[in-house]
Design a protein around this ligand. Structure first.
Ligand code: AMP
Length: 250
């Protein structure tokens, strides 16, 4: 079985995102970019399936500019067998990415797509769900445990508000990874060197016959309002008085 892992290049999670001076978007120039952390977890899950003999091939796919090649090389160094870049300079919103991944899935026929639950740049949490809908496949989101059964089902434990829920989904399916699914490995230097020789194919949305024009317009990006400093009150009576009459002060 082939496992397809979509990986997105995002602003590194250690870097504080700031709006551009004109508020048109988030400042990215000159800042460290990395693989979306939930995609690292999804990739680790796919690699472990391969190591356990339950997957034959791991294919990493990224949609974005040429710079996403770097993210794909990281995926190859971590253990993906092949990589595919769908190159576009257009701002690719979740529906466009889902359509591109749909076209790639029809071409590659994976038995499983393992995505991150969300990309930490736009926090959309949409792509995996939309991809499953386009493919007409089962989906299990926010996975914290994954087991492939001989019956052709995946048993997925999901983190939900009330606790944990375990679902059996028929393959092929789309599964999205939550934080506690695993702890991803680091790429070793020999594997980084080997990754340079692994195949990385480039396609375009036109080649896949997918229309990727944005449907949403970003109006403005701004800093959250600054928090006012706290104050100390003398006693409960003063606290109650201030809560009653000057709630903004607290
Ligand atoms: P989102 O819906 O944007 O929060 O993204 C959810 C997941 O979809 C991510 O964790 C990735 O696995 C995948 N994804 C989103 N955007 C891209 C992209 N441009 N290229 C590859 N995978 C993506």
């Amino acid at each position: 079985m082939k496992v397809l892992v979509p990986v997105k290049r995002v602003l590194d999670y250690n870097i504080k995102a700031r709006p551009k001076a004109d508020g048109s978007s988030v400042e990215l120039s000159g800042l460290k970019m990395s693989m979306n952390p939930f995609d690292e977890i999804a990739l680790e899950a796919a690699i472990r399936l391969k190591e356990a003999g339950q997957a034959a091939e791991v294919l990493a796919v990224s949609c974005g500019t040429q710079a996403s090649q770097e993210t794909l090389r990281t995926a190859l160094a971590l253990g993906a067998d092949r990589a595919l870049l769908v190159e576009s300079t257009i701002d690719l919103q979740p529906l466009a990415v889902a359509k591109l991944l749909h076209a790639v899935a029809l071409r590659e026929s994976p038995g499983l797509v393992l995505c991150g639950k969300q990309a930490i740049d736009d926090d959309a949490n949409q792509t995996g769900q939309m991809l499953a809908a386009l493919l007409g496949w089962a989906q299990a989101t926010f996975a914290s445990r994954l087991e492939l059964k001989d019956s052709g089902e995946a048993w997925v434990t999901r983190e939900i508000d009330g606790g944990l829920e375990t679902l059996a989904v028929r393959l092929p399916a789309v599964i999205t990874a939550d934080l506690r699914l695993n702890e991803p490995r680091f790429a070793t230097l020999p594997n980084i060197m080997k990754a340079k020789k692994k195949p990385l194919e480039t396609l375009t949305p036109e080649m896949l016959q997918v229309e990727v024009q944005p449907r949403l317009t970003l109006l403005r990006v701004s800093e959250p309002p600054e928090r006012a400093g706290g104050i100390k009150v003398a006693d409960v009576a003063e606290l109650v008085d201030r809560l009653k009459h000057q709630s903004k002060v607290l």
